[in-house]
Ligand binder design. Structure first.
Ligand SMILES: *Cc1c(COP(=O)(O)O)cnc(C)c1O
Length: 378
């Protein structure tokens, strides 16, 4: 076995990150909500044309914050795709909700909106679409159903920064949306996240919960003359050391996205013949979606072929990885009453999907090597 020479991911590294971190260390404000947090909030608000963005310590914490804001309680139900990261569901389960898993479409691998209405009960409190690989869910139908039943939508937009659905930015459809700046995402600071608030009814309480349940933010704006404990809350503020790194990355988003786009297109073009010959499916992007080039995946014909693919690539020092295991067949999912077979598309896709390395600092030589090794496999 060769050592891994091309990893699955390397976090983007521009140049300004170090200077910004030095600035923070020199000015001595290391806690949250300093100049770099404010710069990042502003960059996100401009990027999304959204009224409010709050940085958090992770997408997981943004999801938890959204569950607190929606007052999710024991007995509530939340509709979540089975094909997602555990945090999407944990955030609501932590508040006592029962997850109701919905299957995915076989083309985009997003929540199957045609199955949404049948999952709704009087207990349904939220619908949480996940824009898989940053390709937009069918938001027209999802929002229409949500509005008809008076149910809130929280978009898990961890993959979707800079993606669009019918010309509108992902992350601006739900009452709230959550972003991730984990090192595996396009833009990162190691661990980090943001909550985008599109529905202003949540603005004030979001600040309070994020400030440990105090009205400290209002105090700093001079709106109250002392700050005190007013609600439940927790600590979701990232340190300025992290937001300095994030600020450099957000400022470089055009550069990062451009390079990721080139790499993605190269895979798409160079692997076309091979995928056709071998019955492998490439990502499907509807014409009305703009994707943020978060992921290049292949859907192999079978689990055996995928295992062979991953091993053959590893043999050559190239790390390719599978993705989510169905939540409905997980130990926790079964405990909530889900069953094997509930989400047949998820269960099938989960066995066959493999992701190719895709990162900003990938060299052309590295990508050529990956493509060369892929097309040797049959
Ligand atoms: C990465 C990811 C998360 C969690 O992000 P963290 O910032 O690591 O908490 C949640 N949902 C999805 C879909 C993700 O891909």
């Amino acid at each position: 076995m060769n050592p891994i020479t091309i990893p699955f991911n390397k976090p983007a590294y521009l140049a300004e990150e170090v200077d910004y971190v030095k600035e923070v260390l020199n000015n001595g404000h290391l806690a949250g909500d300093g100049v770099f947090t404010k710069r990042c909030n502003k960059l996100l608000e401009d990027l999304f044309d959204t009224p409010k963005a709050l940085l958090t310590t992770s997408c997981t914490h943004s999801l938890e914050l959204s569950a607190l804001l929606l007052d999710i309680r024991p007995g509530d139900e939340v509709i979540i795709p089975s094909f997602t990261f555990v945090s999407t569901v944990n955030a609501f389960v932590l508040r006592g909700a029962k997850p109701v898993f919905i299957d995915i479409r076989s083309d985009t691998l997003n929540m199957d909106e045609s199955k949404l209405e049948e999952k709704i009960t009087p207990k349904t409190k939220a619908i949480v679409p996940v824009h898989y690989a940053g390709v937009g869910c069918e938001m027209d139908s999802i929002l229409d159903i949500a509005h008809r039943y008076g149910i809130k939508v929280v978009e898990d937009n961890a993959h979707g920064l800079a993606g669009k659905y019918k010309g509108r930015k992902l992350g601006t459809f739900g009452s709230m949306a959550t972003q991730s700046f984990h090192e595996t995402k396009n833009i990162s600071c190691g661990e980090g996240g943001a909550l985008l608030i599109n529905d202003p009814e949540f603005n004030e309480r979001a600040e309070i919960i994020r400030e440990k349940g105090t009205n400290r933010s209002r105090f700093f704006r001079g709106l109250v003359d002392k700050y005190t404990w007013v609600d439940v809350g927790s600590s979701y503020l990232p340190s300025e050391i992290l937001t300095a790194v994030l600020c450099a990355q957000l400022e470089g988003i055009i550069k990062i996205q451009k390079r990721r786009g080139e790499i993605w297109q190269q895979y798409e073009t160079e692997l076309s013949n091979w995928t056709e010959k071998n019955g492998v499916r490439k990502p499907f992007i509807p014409s009305y979606c703009e994707q943020p080039y978060h992921m290049f995946y292949l859907l192999m014909p079978s689990l055996e072929k995928r295992t062979h693919f991953i091993n053959a690539m590893k043999e050559k020092g190239i790390m390719c990885v599978f993705h989510y295991l169905p939540l409905n067949t997980s130990d926790m999912g079964l405990r909530f009453g889900a069953k094997n077979g509930d989400c047949p598309v998820t269960e099938d896709v989960s066995d066959r999907l493999v992701r190719l390395p895709l990162f900003y600092n990938m060299t052309e030589a590295e990508q050529s090597k990956i493509i060369e090794e892929v097309i040797k496999i049959n």
